[in-house]
Ligand binder design. Structure first.
Ligand code: MG
Length: 203
């Protein structure tokens, strides 16, 4: 399986990192070794002093497809979950400044914790999902899918032009504002529409 992620998909987050607003989705990949499941702890890597959480809704692909038309994109995912796109911000900024790919700042071991996945039929409106991150019990990030620049179907149509999607692939759909560094001992709890999806610790 592969993990595809979209960057700069919420306007206020683009603003907080002083990035340009994209005209097409900004896309990158993480290998399967980035995956963390079942509330396993996240171990802070030693190559960064500034690892940020980015809370994101994650789509799970349910059938193979490429060059998918946005009209039919909703047939290609049947479950959603919640994940963190951990980002070594100091390293990413260095690489960005040099015009180099940010792969190692985004795709390192354990950089993609994901919750269990739930059928989309359990949510009344995917374009109005509210999601929250608590760090040590305090609200740190709040988002709503109505604020996405590129919606789920547009993302699927776009990324499938370049990457054939396969059953089991995951797509991280971007983070709202509020990204910040995590520290050893932090407890991260994620919610969609008030329902708890993950609860894990930083070690
Ligand atoms: Mg992200």
């Amino acid at each position: 399986m592969k993990i595809i992620a979209v960057g700069r998909n919420y306007a206020e987050h683009i603003h907080e990192l002083q990035n340009e607003r994209p005209t097409t989705p900004v896309v990158f990949c993480k290998p399967d070794t980035a995956l963390l499941k079942d509330n396993a702890p996240f171990y802070l890597p030693d190559f960064s002093q500034d690892v940020h959480h980015e809370l994101e809704i994650v789509l799970k692909i349910c059938k193979e497809g490429k060059n998918i038309d946005a009209k039919f994109a909703n047939k290609y995912y049947d479950e959603i979950g919640l994940g963190i796109d951990f980002t070594a911000r100091d390293l990413q900024n260095e690489l960005k400044a040099k015009g180099l790919p940010w792969e190692i700042a985004k795709a390192f071991n354990g950089s993609a914790p994901v919750s269990n996945f739930v059928p989309i039929t359990e949510f009344p409106d995917l374009r109005n999902l509210s999601f929250d991150l608590l760090v040590n019990g305090n609200l740190r990030q709040h988002g709503n899918t109505s604020m996405m620049l590129f919606d789920f179907d547009t993302i699927i149509a776009y990324v499938s032009k370049f990457f054939t999607l396969k059953k089991g692939d995951l797509i991280f759909t971007g983070t709202p504002k509020g990204v910040k560094a995590v520290h050893i001992g932090d407890r991260l709890e994620g919610f969609i529409d008030g329902r708890k999806f993950f609860d894990f610790e930083v070690k």
